[in-house]
Design a protein around this ligand. Structure first.
Ligand SMILES: C[S@@+](CC[C@H](N)C(=O)[O-])C[C@H]1O[C@@H](n2cnc3c(N)ncnc32)[C@H](O)[C@@H]1O
Length: 222
């Protein structure tokens, strides 16, 4: 198995953030929202999105579930700016609050979210346990967790093939970041071990040729 190669944590570069925001993730982001609704609709009250990027997922979720309230955080000024503009343009300021927040140590009220979502963040973190600790700190007892990320392919060759297949026509910056992200991603086994260390009884499963999903309820649910 190929070793993990870290990539820069925060997507602070404006050009990089814009290339990301312009890319078309509509299919996988809509699938994320559709499946979240299928699995956890009754839980969808106060939602936290960690590492929201340009806020495409919160916007899709807010449109699909008008009663939901979402706090969307990201550690990058460039991304927060793009997310705030996208939320405003979509007329969803009442439903989605975008705030700058960096983990570890997000300054939000403890145990106050019914659902915590995250997509594409985990592989950015030098210490992945930071995400699981934040989840334990911010989730209500019995909250639903729905966290998706890439998983690391067996080889660099395979990573290149995935990039060409999925984003062959995208901006070169985006393709570079995607390739680096695949190499920086964790394997399913590594994530199972992280969850074991943190005492989180969540399920991890491969859900596409490049994505894994961590989902389940925080202990204490009836
Ligand atoms: C690949 S993007 C995913 C964005 C979005 N969730 C989506 O699905 O399109 C990862 C995001 O995580 C943010 N990020 C990385 N490390 C972070 C940290 N330690 N704290 C907060 N945000 C972080 C980056 O700035 C970036 O916007």
């Amino acid at each position: 198995m190929m070793e993990r190669i870290r990539e820069p944590e925060i997507m602070n570069d404006m050009e990089q953030a814009i290339a990301y925001a312009k890319a078309d993730f509509s299919e996988s982001n809509q699938r994320f929202v559709d499946n979240l609704l299928k699995d956890f609709k009754p839980y969808l009250n106060n939602v936290l999105d960690i590492g929201c990027g340009p806020a495409d997922i919160p916007i899709r979720l807010a449109k699909a579930a008008p009663a939901v309230r979402i706090t969307a955080i990201d550690g990058s000024d460039a991304m927060v700016g793009l997310a705030q503009k996208a939320v405003k343009d979509a007329g969803l300021d009442m439903q989605i609050k975008v705030v700058k927040g960096y983990l570890p140590g997000i300054a939000l009220e403890k145990h106050s979210y019914d659902v915590i979502i995250s997509n594409g963040l985990l592989h950015h973190l030098p210490n992945p346990l930071a995400l699981w600790e934040e989840v334990k700190k911010l989730a209500k007892q019995g909250a639903a967790i729905y966290i998706m990320d890439l998983f690391r392919p067996q080889s660099a060759e395979q990573a290149k093939k995935i990039v060409e297949k999925v984003s062959g026509n995208e901006h070169p910056l985006l393709k570079r970041d995607f390739y680096n992200s695949l190499l920086a991603a964790y394997t399913i086994e590594e994530i199972k071990e992280q969850l074991r260390q943190e005492g989180l009884g969540l399920n991890v499963a491969q859900v596409s040729e490049r994505h894994l999903l961590v989902k389940g309820l925080i202990k204490g649910a009836e």
